[in-house]
Design a protein around this ligand. Structure first.
Ligand code: PMP
Ligand code: GLU
Length: 384
């Protein structure tokens, strides 16, 4: 039978597939075919999901927490999440539980942006931001980062137009591992408040700050907290990537609007998974602290190894490094080609900078054990 090309909406034609998810799937497929692949590609440390989370999820299943639930999330979970925001006067109505931070962000752009509106963000940036903004009919306006991939509030101020509806910041940052200076975040928050635009703060990695640094909440530095929307995730914080659990903390009117959309989009997030999330919030914080310490050691190892090959900014947070590979590219070669060469010849999966609007770089996720990290870099060195 002849299969005709499907007719697809224009909306989808201008959006490309997520390269982070594509490369990690490719690495898994190659492994299944028997290839020895070390993946430094996906943003997912190799730690298991902590037992208290598994136990609580299993108990919830046994207790038949398997039905439709309230669209914005289980009340008990929303209440528990609101506690971290109590000093801002938040209660459970300021919280919406989502299918990962990914869906939280998607829904936010749908709720905040009209066609033709603009959202300002700093590049390099996580793959899905620009595509989600386009899916809402809006335009992503990419501004350059300052030195060491820091936030540049002046550059952001220059990019604001009458069509700007939101500024998006992400600290700790994917793909660079940078943590933004609180002063730059405060200046950006002031700018958003002065201009009456929303400041979306993607804090998916807020648990991963190293060298004793505290996470800085953007909400705390805004003269108008109603303009700040915080997005967080259980995925990396508690090694629950497959649970698909994130949340938005925001002004109640925004949460209501998001819930209205969610009531047509997904309904509630998986009921029993939310009980796993509740257990995550209540478990001994030492579990996450130990993992953070282990990741800091891996960061030290990875950074030292990367710097024997490429110039690389310090990875202060998250679990990514974003080295500059320009000096290692052959004539005409892009970082995308280099990533392919590393996969085929070194058996090491990395994500090319192009995926993050940062060509000339590769993203290294160092969430794997140190022996594997060392072997990956030995292989890369041989190929280079
Ligand atoms: N924001 C950033 C910056 C990310 O790197 C990711 C991927 N972990 C997400 C949001 C989405 O995370 P999730 O949907 O797994 O909660
Ligand atoms: N956010 C992670 C990453 O950047 C997971 C994959 C994705 O959803 O993009 O690798």
């Amino acid at each position: 039978m002849i299969s005709a090309a499907p007719h697809l909406a224009d909306r989808l034609k201008q959006v490309s597939e997520s390269r982070t998810t594509r490369i990690s799937t490719l690495a898994q497929t190659l492994r299944r075919q028997g290839r020895d692949i070390i993946s430094l590609a996906v943003g997912e440390p190799d730690f298991p999901t902590p037992e208290p989370i598994i136990d609580a999820t299993q108990r919830a299943l046994a207790d038949q927490q398997t039905r439709y639930g309230p669209v914005p999330g289980e009340p008990i979970l929303r209440e528990q999440l609101a506690e971290a925001f109590a000093s801002f006067g938040y209660d459970r109505d300021n919280i919406l539980v989502t299918n990962g931070a990914k869906q939280a962000l998607y829904s936010l752009f749908q709720v905040l942006c009209d066609p033709g509106d603009e959202v300002i963000l700093t590049r390099p940036c996580w793959v899905s931001f620009t595509e989600q903004i386009k899916l809402a009919g809006a335009t992503p306006v990419l501004v350059e980062a300052a030195a060491d991939f820091q936030l540049d509030p002046e550059c952001i101020a220059r990019a604001v137009t009458a069509r700007t509806c939101a500024i998006l910041v992400n600290s700790p940052n994917n793909p660079t591992g940078a943590i933004y200076e609180p002063s730059a975040l405060a200046e950006t928050a002031r700018l958003a408040a002065d201009r009456g635009i929303y400041l979306i703060s993607d804090e998916a990695y807020h648990a991963f700050t190293y060298d004793g640094r505290e996470h800085h909440m953007v909400l705390a530095s805004s003269p108008d907290p109603r303009r700040v929307i915080t997005v967080r995730s259980f995925s990396k914080h508690f090694n629950m990537t497959g649970f698909r659990l994130g949340y938005v903390a925001a002004d109640k009117a925004i949460v209501l609007a998001l819930a209205r959309l969610q009531s047509h989009l997904t309904g509630n997030v998986c009921s029993f998974a939310q009980y796993g999330a509740l257990a995550a919030l209540r478990m001994d914080p030492a579990i996450v602290a130990q993992r953070r310490a282990a990741l800091q050691n891996r960061r030290d190892t990875a950074e030292a190894l990367v710097r024997t090959l490429f110039p690389c900014s310090h990875g202060a947070g998250a679990f990514y490094l974003f080295p500059d590979v320009n000096a290692c590219l052959r004539a005409g070669e892009t970082s995308e080609d280099l990533a392919e060469r590393l996969l085929n010849r070194a058996g090491v999966a990395v994500v090319p900078g192009e995926a993050f609007h940062g060509p000339g770089h590769i993203r290294i996720s160092y969430g794997i054990d140190e022996t594997l990290l060392r072997r990956a870099f030995k292989n890369i060195k041989e190929v280079l």
